[in-house]
Every structure is written in structure tokens, then in C-alpha cells.
Design a protein around this ligand. Structure first.
Ligand SMILES: [Zn+2]
Length: 279
């Protein structure tokens, strides 16, 4: 990673992001439009990088099913406030060895086939997607960029710099984002919002913890499994299960585990419509 190149990318962003706005949880020098623009540039870069991010296209009905029956249903929640501002879309990355998903600023969400093959209910997938949508809605990436670089640094950077190569900028930005990672507080907030969003859907609201429960049951929580897992930057699955259970109890919802088959879990549907479409 070349720090100068990353700084250069932020210079460009700042040109379009001069308004300093503060929201509930901190200062963000970027606007919603900047989040959308950033997400667009980085997603273009990702979609053109088939070596690292091979987009799954073998069976289009897989993505269609997830988008129509899960992703869009979460977005329909009134609590997803920026759905008309952000460009929410889903892509599947064809890599069975990665149990992960990620969101870009402004709406693009990516989920790996490795994670799709590991999960075993629609509620579990809905929990992950709700979590990723929350990262975009809560603007964790641009908030983090604001904190990391500091306003004074960003202002000084615009002097004398004139970046022009957008593709390079987007690539470097993405490297920068990956480098920074999400904070524990961001992860916790996204877990909380996932529950909030899913309460407006047909899915069990606690689905976000199912992945961690399954990891734990499979003995993959402690020690290096060699797998790159969902939220690997802050792997604290046990406490996240505990926190989710507390929230579920406070809300008066049933305490289902990942292996249960209660209302809103949709295990058979996942098998028939998602898992069976992957080799
Ligand atoms: Zn996350």
C-alpha cells in the first residue's frame, strides 16, 4: 500500500465533500452523495477485478432469489432511511474459501459463496445482509475516514494536489478502507440495526448471531481455522452472541439458536433456493 496514493484519493473526495456535517454519532466531512460516489467508484473497480473478485454468474436465479426474497425485503423496512438516496445492490463473489460479506459506502453489498455455503437458513443470511446494510446506512466507512485522517490533514491535502485518474483513486481508496477496517463499535451498531431492520421482515430478527453460533458449534471460534471469516477484523463472536441474546430478550422475542427451526428461520427454503444452487 502506498500511503501517498491513498492520501491522494482522499484529496479528490474532499473536493466534492466540502460541507462538514455532524450526525448523531460524530463528525463526517462527507455527504451522502459522496458515499454514493465512493461506492460507485470502488464497486466499478471491484467488478473489473475478476482475479480478486470473481462475480458469481453461473446461475442467475441464485442472486435473483436472494435479492427479491431477502435483500429487498430488508430494504423495505421503514428503518432503512437512505434507501432512496443510496444505491443498494447485491453481488455474489465466487470464492468458496472466504466466509465473509462486506458493504461499500452508499449501498453496494457483496457476499461470498463461501459464506452462502456455510449458512443454513434464510434468517442467518438476512441477519448478515441487515448488518451490511447498516454499515452503509450508518456511514461507518466515511465516518472512519474522517476520524482517521483528521479534518486538518484533509484540508491541507487539497492544496496543490490535482488527482485525475479515478480508477486508480478508487482502487487505492478501497485498499485504504480494507486497511482501516470496522471498529468494534461499528460492528456492534450494525448487529443492533440488523435486529431492528429484521423486525420489519418475515425473518427471525436475531439471525445476525446465527453465523457466530454455527462457528462456535463447529469449533471454529477459537484458534486459527485458516478461514477468513465474516467480521474477521474484530472476531469477538461470543460476546456478540451474548449481546444479541440480550437484545432479543429485551425485545420480548423468542430465543432461537442457529440450529432451531422456529418461525421466521426458513431452513428448508434456504436449502431449496440458495444452498442447492451452489456446488
Ligand atoms: Zn461488519
Amino acid at each position: 500500500m502506498n500511503p501517498k496514493k491513498i492520501l491522494l484519493s482522499f484529496t479528490f473526495i474532499l473536493v466534492t465533500a466540502f460541507g462538514i456535517s455532524s450526525c448523531d454519532d460524530g463528525i463526517n466531512i462527507f455527504s451522502d452523495a459522496d458515499d454514493v460516489q465512493l461506492g460507485l467508484e470502488v464497486s466499478t473497480e471491484i467488478n473489473n477485478n475478476s482475479a480478486e473478485y470473481p462475480i458469481y454468474n453461473s446461475d442467475k436465479s441464485l442472486k435473483n432469489y436472494i435479492v427479491n426474497n431477502i435483500f429487498n425485503e430488508i430494504l423495505a423496512s421503514p428503518k432503512v432511511a437512505k434507501k432512496n438516496i443510496y444505491k443498494y445492490q447485491l453481488e455474489i463473489v465466487d470464492n468458496d474459501s472466504i466466509l465473509n460479506a462486506f458493504a461499500l459506502p452508499g449501498g453496494p453489498v457483496y457476499v461470498y459463496t463461501g459464506l452462502l455455503k456455510y449458512l443454513d437458513s434464510e434468517a442467518a443470511l438476512a441477519g448478515v445482509l441487515g448488518h451490511e446494510i447498516a454499515h452503509a446506512e450508518r456511514r461507518h466507512a466515511t465516518q472512519r475516514m474522517t476520524q482517521y485522517y483528521g479534518i486538518s490533514v484533509l484540508f491541507s491535502l487539497i492544496l496543490g494536489e490535482n488527482p485525475s485518474q479515478l480508477a486508480e483513486i478508487a482502487a487505492n481508496l478501497f485498499v485504504g478502507l480494507a486497511f482501516l477496517g470496522n471498529s468494534r463499535a461499528n460492528e456492534d451498531e450494525s448487529d443492533e440495526y440488523s435486529i431492528t431492520y429484521l423486525r420489519d421482515t418475515r425473518f427471525y430478527p436475531g439471525g445476525v448471531k446465527f453465523f457466530f453460533e454455527k462457528l462456535q458449534a463447529d469449533g471454529l471460534v477459537t484458534g486459527g481455522s485458516g478461514l477468513e471469516t465474516f467480521f474477521s477484523t474484530h472476531p469477538d463472536p461470543i460476546s456478540r452472541i451474548t449481546t444479541a441474546n440480550q437484545r432479543i430478550q429485551t425485545l420480548g422475542l423468542p430465543q432461537y439458536r442457529f440450529s432451531d427451526n422456529g418461525t421466521g428461520i426458513f431452513r428448508d427454503e434456504y436449502q431449496a433456493n440458495i444452498r442447492s444452487k451452489l456446488p
